[in-house]
Design a protein around this ligand. Structure first.
Ligand code: BES
Ligand code: MN
Ligand code: MN
Length: 464
């Protein structure tokens, strides 16, 4: 393949400036206050696709935020790659913990990013990674090196569960027909240790409400005689793990697929420095399920975590009150063999069972998603492996990611296609946290790698 590197070199600054412009749009999908900005971001994404030569670009309105779709069909005999990404971002709060405003991107050097990193909400998850595909496509088209058909589907609701995308896929199976889905929304182990994601955890997200007395009470007049729902909720939550760190929800581990000793050994050969990991997080000890390493705890084991908990008085100063209600949002990360729908039922049953008579509980499900395993013996995996090796000069290690992209399992179920999870972020890039950033090295490396994937995939597919 003719070298694309000179084109990348010559256009580096513009590629960066264009991304910075997109990062200024606060496309927070979870907060209705930003609906206008989310829409603006959809339009901007569509405009970029048009500008780089995607032939048909459409904005599909949904019951929620729009889906941006586009395609360029060059050869009916060539394979079709569907690029998926998301233009929505997580809420930026708490704002006071950011060193610079989340929607005013700045480039700063860090220890892990000596060439500089872009600090902004969405820089890594997923605007920066999604936009790499737009720029890689531009390079291929402008240099007449696009080897196959490309479809783009960029959604605005990934961070809120992709509910409308699922519907869209079911209704547009033909439009979306393709040979493989290509996604950059995960991470590499390190900039000198490339990796490909071969597994994602599933998700079951619940909200619980515990009600005690029918109204807030004086904590002196009634305290000691009436169950306090916040106290009760804390006890209930504490009982959800046993001393070994295992989850006590009855039936929770049923069906969990065993990972072979060989696979576990391999997984633990990936470079990982526990001391550095703790130092970065400023914790003195790591905690998790007994019998598993940190890599295993985040890669192959299911979890249960409180994501938020509230109730009673949380304003300035002190108010003596025995609250009527307490709430919590609880997420469970699932692994192959677990079904989010079943886990939802098991959790509900268990939570109702452990509730003392003194309170009433309500258990409400939010979104969920199935776990994913990516086979490593497929053409698409081999092509992505070769592309990474060409760009990084090192063969990528297969690695299971701890996060979830629920739509990946759906692509498999509904469209019957497998996904390549070729992400370029670092786990320490603070996605969903204050000071999210994305390395310039990672951004440009992604843009360099993607055309190699297109080339190798097309070649390997044609040979078969
Ligand atoms: N890009 C992440 C998922 C991710 C990050 C996977 C890093 C592997 C490594 C994605 O945007 C995300 O945040 N997903 C959510 C799930 C969704 C239903 C809100 C998650 O994992 O919490
Ligand atoms: Mn993402
Ligand atoms: Mn995310």
């Amino acid at each position: 393949m003719k070298e694309l590197k000179p084109y990348l070199e010559a256009n580096k600054q513009r590629f960066l400036d264009e991304l910075l412009e997109l990062l200024r749009i606060p496309s927070v999908s979870a907060d209705p206050k930003y609906a206008g900005d989310v829409h603006r971001m959809a339009l901007a994404t569509a405009e970029h696709l048009r500008a780089v030569g995607v032939d048909t670009v459409e904005i599909h309105e949904t019951a929620g935020h729009p889906i941006v779709y586009g395609e360029k069909m060059v050869d009916p005999k060539a394979p079709t790659v569907l690029v998926y990404g998301h233009y929505d971002v997580q809420p930026a709060d708490p704002l006071n913990l950011w060193d610079s405003p989340p929607f005013e991107p700045v480039v700063k050097k860090t220890k892990l990013h000596p060439q500089g990193a872009i600090f902004a909400r969405g820089s890594c998850d997923d605007k920066g990674q999604m936009f790499m595909h737009v720029k890689a496509f531009e390079m291929m088209v402008r240099n007449r090196l696009l080897p196959c058909n490309v479809k783009f589907m960029i959604e605005g609701e990934e961070e809120v569960g992709s509910v409308n995308l699922e519907k869209f896929c079911k209704e547009h199976k033909k439009k979306l027909s393709c040979d493989v889905v290509l996604i950059s929304d995960t991470s590499v182990i390190a900039n000198d240790t490339p990796s490909l994601t071969v597994g994602l955890r599933g998700l079951c997200y619940m909200e619980v409400e515990v009600t005690g007395p029918n109204r807030d009470l004086h904590s002196g007049v009634y305290g000691g005689a009436v169950a306090n729902p916040v106290n009760v909720l804390c006890q209930m939550i504490a009982s959800l793990h046993d001393p070994k760190g295992r989850i006590t929800v009855e039936g929770f581990y049923d069906g969990v697929l065993k990972v072979s000793a060989k696979e576990r050994k391999l997984m633990n050969e990936a470079p990982f420095n526990e001391k550095e990991y703790m130092k970065d997080l400023q914790v003195n000890e790591l905690k998790g399920e007994k019998g598993y390493t940190t890599i295993e705890r985040t890669g192959i084991r299911p979890t249960l975590d409180v994501n938020g908990i509230w109730g009673g008085y949380i304003g300035e100063g002190a108010k003596t009150v025995l609250p009527s209600k307490a709430f919590a949002k609880i997420s469970m990360r699932l692994v192959p063999g677990q079904d989010p729908k079943k886990i939802e039922k098991l959790f509900q049953k268990h939570f109702e069972k452990i509730a003392p008579k003194s309170v009433k509980v309500k258990v409400m499900p939010h979104h969920g998603g199935y776990p994913v395993v990516v086979p490593t013996n497929s053409i698409e995996y081999k092509a992505s492996e070769k592309a990474m090796e060409k760009a990084f000069g090192k063969k990528p290690l297969p690695q299971r990611g701890g996060g979830s992209i629920p739509i990946v399992a759906m692509f498999d179920q509904v469209l019957g296609v497998k996904s390549v999870l070729m992400g370029f972020g670092l786990d320490s890039d603070n996605i969903h946290s204050p000071n999210e950033h994305y390395g310039l090295f990672n951004y440009y490396k992604g843009i360099e790698t993607i055309p190699y994937f297109f080339q190798y995939y097309t070649e390997m597919k044609k040979k078969k």
